[in-house]
Design a binder for this molecule. Structure first.
Ligand SMILES: Cc1cc2nc3c(=O)[nH]c(=O)nc-3n(C[C@H](O)[C@H](O)[C@H](O)COP(=O)(O)OP(=O)(O)OC[C@H]3O[C@@H](n4cnc5c(N)ncnc54)[C@H](O)[C@@H]3O)c2cc1C
Length: 435
């Protein structure tokens, strides 16, 4: 039987491994971290697992929910109301509902009408074509005006895409708004978001245990260093040794794929892959004895602030689950080469403290009872005009080698749902090619 190696035990790798093992193939998964889950992995706060990066589901995340049902976890997903706000012009505003838009003074009445009408237009547009080759900054300023761009979208794009903000393609926002429109309640009172009781790690761990129960092996903390191809298949070199495989699936961020398999690829493919850039994520988590704002999700649309979002997890999930601690994620997307990516937790916190105090003048550093800090160098693919033409196939131009990466997700934005969907799709492609 042909042996398959899967590199990466994120959601995409584990989902693909499950489908391949179910088809009867011997599967071996190698993961760099000591824990599975990739960007959706967890650590512990107050005895309870918590994602290192904030995570929730939208009701449009059907592939994830269907697999959760199959794993016996459908009832573990709770759909809870979420409150959203925005920090702009030096104060907090409710955001995300029709009533809050009416009270949002940074935009004038005409801005609001254009904002609502073009959002409705976007939510009804079914095809990506009109949005693929135009920068969002251009499209939005044309349809909603300069003030809406400068007040709402510009700072948010800048927060997520750093220096690339002005060039990101409209298709990225179109698909997000299209799907979010379906995630709202009919009452227009904001949306319900999904969280898994006991954290999203339950899903990952169940996936891993199903793979193992089907005879697969999962090697944690044993990264793949290099993949070599010869006449008989692949030689896979890992930290702990080496083994042979008939097929290899790299379920990895593009830079990690290039590191382990780049030398096997033809120059044209390398050139395309190198154009697929992403921002990294820096996530500082504060445990606190008081709440900073009333919001779960706060967009910080102010270029003077050193971070772009505050996600107060315990304004969404009851804090009693974490021993009464309030949990605040401070979100910052940066280019991977930004020196702040490598800064220590304490120095990043020093940079953030005055900004937290601006948002809530009562805030004092004595509120903080715990500090955690996580970074990912590949967190958000940067979708520029013409992106579709750069997307690599699941089948690499090397017989027997496959790629499943966040960079292939299109036109949707990356997320757990699409890691599951694309993991299943790449497994189907591999099974088509296998005897
Ligand atoms: C800040 C942030 C917030 C997010 N919020 C949400 C959210 O609210 N909802 C949502 O659905 N999604 C969210 N996501 C996205 C979601 O986490 C990802 O889309 C998804 O987890 C990606 O899964 P993946 O398997 O494709 O990739 P990854 O999770 O990146 O998995 C790749 C795996 O490969 C491993 N690896 C790398 N190199 C090697 C090697 N050489 N050998 C072995 N292993 C290797 C890595 O350690 C990792 O485990 C968020 C992401 C970030 C960064």
């Amino acid at each position: 039987m042909i042996e398959i190696t899967v590199v990466g035990a994120g959601l995409a790798g584990l989902t693909a491994a499950l489908r391949l093992a179910e088809a009867g193939y011997p599967v071996r998964v190698h993961e760099r971290h000591p824990h599975p889950g990739g960007l959706a992995r967890v650590f512990t706060v107050g005895g309870e697992p918590l994602e290192v990066f904030y995570h929730h589901l939208f009701t449009s995340d059907t592939a994830y929910v269907e697999l959760a049902e199959e794993l016996g976890l459908a009832n573990a997903i709770q759909w809870l109301p979420s409150r959203m706000g925005i920090w702009t012009r030096g104060r907090l505003w409710d955001f995300g509902t029709p009533a809050s838009l009416l009270r949002f003074r940074p935009l004038g009445p005409l801005d609001k009408v254009r904002f609502v009408l073009s959002t409705l237009l976007l939510q009804r547009a079914r095809k990506p074509d009109p949005f693929e080759d135009v920068p969002a900054s251009e499209w939005l300023q044309r349809h909603q005006g300069k003030r809406v761009w400068e007040t709402v979208w510009g700072p948010l794009f800048h927060q997520k895409f750093a220096d690339h903000a002005d060039r990101v393609a409209m298709v990225w926002l179109w698909r997000k708004l299209y799907l979010r429109g379906r995630s709202r309640t009919r009452s227009g009172m904001g949306e319900r978001l999904g969280y898994m009781e006991g954290s999203f790690a339950r899903f990952t761990l169940e996936l891993a245990s199903r793979v193992e129960s089907l005879g697969g092996t999962i090697r944690l903390g044993d990264p793949v260093r290099r993949i070599e191809r010869d006449d008989d298949g692949f030689r896979v070199v890992t930290r702990g040794g080496e083994h042979r495989a008939g097929r290899v699936l790299c379920a990895l961020p593009v830079p990690d794929y290039l590191e382990v398999a780049g030398h096997l690829l033809p120059p044209g493919e390398l050139e395309k892959l190198r154009q697929l850039r992403a921002t990294g994520a820096l996530c500082t988590i504060l445990e606190m004895d008081r709440s900073l704002t009333p919001y779960y999700w706060l967009n910080v649309a102010d270029p003077e602030m050193p971070f772009g979002g505050l996600i107060e997890h315990t304004n969404y999930i009851p804090r009693e689950r974490y021993g009464g601690t309030r949990i605040l994620y401070i979100s910052n997307y940066l280019l991977p080469e930004d020196p702040l990516m490598e800064a220590s937790a304490d120095s990043v916190l020093e940079l953030y403290l005055p900004a937290l105090q601006r948002i809530n003048p009562d805030f004092d550093r004595n509120w903080i009872t715990g500090l955690h800090h996580f970074r990912a160098h590949y967190a958000q693919p940067i979708v520029l005009p013409g992106y579709r033409k750069l997307i690599p196939d699941f089948r690499a131009p090397v017989p027997g080698l496959y790629l499943c990466s966040m960079a292939q997700i299109y036109p949707e934005d990356r997320g757990q749902n699409y890691a599951v969907e694309y993991g299943q799709r790449v497994a189907r492609t591999m099974l088509e090619d296998l005897p």
